[in-house]
Design a protein around this ligand. Sequence first.
Ligand code: SF4
Length: 261
Amino acid sequence: MGRRFAACWRFWLTCYSFAIMPAKKKLKKQKPKKASSKKPAPKKDSASLKTDPKRVAAILEKLDQAYPNAICELNHKNAFQLLIATILSAQCTDVRVNQVTATLFKKYPTPQAFARANPSELEQDIRPTGFFRNKTKSVIGASKAILERFGGNVPRTMDEMLTIPGAARKTSNVVLGTAYGIASGVVVDTHVQRLSNRLELTRNEDPKKIEQDLMKILPQDRWISFSNQLMWHGRRVCHARNPKCLDCNMELLCNSEDKTI
Ligand code: SF4
């Protein structure tokens, strides 16, 4: 009986050790997880901007050297024509707008002529600039507003400009700055948007926020010239794709990851 009990006890112990062995082995095999080798994404906060006054002044100096006579490249003879040309320039090149306005301003020489225009005919006249249906509404609406509420003259304040159909902040800044020399803000078009980011003057993509950033760091007497110079640089050197960094006099000031050298 005693022997039989001892044999049973040994058998039970053997079975138990086999049962728990795999679990022990599994525990041994588990290795601590390695830390991720991925680098953390660069911070995109205002603390990483390079906007100290000396650097901003250096950028302004380089722009002055490269583009001392940068002006708005939309052809116009008065504030009203500039307003119409700027409305047409949305999502369109200045070269194309100038081709269209060369004949458009002869056919419609005054705000009255645009206000009386046949919409279908005007749509075809401005069709090459794109978005011609909406632009036709804006051009006729702006002309009527200027005749009915501003005595036929383009107003001189941002608040008034913003009541005109088709005139948001960019258009209003172009007209006030170029036609009247009034620095009401900074024009932020696609070039200013791209270059301000490449030059680390902003981390924003929204034009309204970029404008606010630029107004804080630029002297007000440079608001008009800065945007014209940046547009010239964007069209001639700092293209969206393959910027010509070898030809750029701001290369030493630029840390953009889009740089080609
Ligand atoms: S160095 Fe290149 S990316 Fe930087 S501003 Fe000049 S052209 Fe643009």
